[in-house]
Write a protein that binds this ligand. Structure first.
Ligand SMILES: [Ca+2]
Length: 177
């Protein structure tokens, strides 16, 4: 028996001209979110996933959410300067990678979700966005949101905070007998 699992990623990066926050997937203290400890280059504890995450030929059962805007596998990442991909020592997904600092503002949130409403929403969005995924049916989500995060040594009178959100979405497990 061969088991195949699909993963698609959705990225939302908010600026003044991009997606408004109320169109993000719900996040924050009103949700059952955990948060990365506030700090300059922190990361979450290892987060166990509900299903294997297949990424460039490797299967991962856990990940880390990092202050500096990325999720990573195998270890947390405190690097604050983006390096060109591929990286030799760690696998990561970087919707935004910079020197984020939450000591003076902002929070990095995360949670696993099986919300029926959010599964339905993500399935529909993926089916609409990717013509080859017309039967995509999400079974679980991992939502990580960097909420009004500041950059290193910010904020100042002229600085702006940043919001971005990353979803990893599994579809149904297919079994080939
Ligand atoms: Ca930082």
């Amino acid at each position: 028996m061969i088991r195949l699992s699909g993963v698609l990623l959705l990225f939302f990066l908010r600026t003044s001209l991009c997606i408004p926050l109320d169109q993000f997937y719900p996040f924050g203290a009103t949700e059952p979110d955990a948060q990365v400890p506030h700090g300059d280059d922190n990361f979450s504890p290892s987060i166990t996933l509900q299903k294997q995450f297949l990424f460039f030929g490797e299967a991962f059962l856990s990940l880390f959410v990092n202050t500096n805007g990325v999720i990573s596998f195998s270890r947390g990442v405190s690097d604050y300067t983006p390096d060109p991909f591929p990286l030799n020592d760690v696998q990561l997904i970087a919707p935004f990678w910079g020197d984020v600092d939450t000591r003076d503002g902002g929070t990095a949130w995360y949670r696993l979700s099986n919300s029926t409403e959010l599964l339905s929403r993500s399935s529909e969005e993926i089916r609409n966005a990717f013509s080859l995924q017309s039967v995509f049916n999400a079974t679980d989500l991992f939502i990580s949101t960097w909420d009004h995060v500041e950059y290193f040594s910010g904020p100042t009178e002229t600085s702006c905070s940043n919001d971005h959100e990353l979803l990893t979405v599994h579809n149904c497990m297919c079994e080939l007998l």
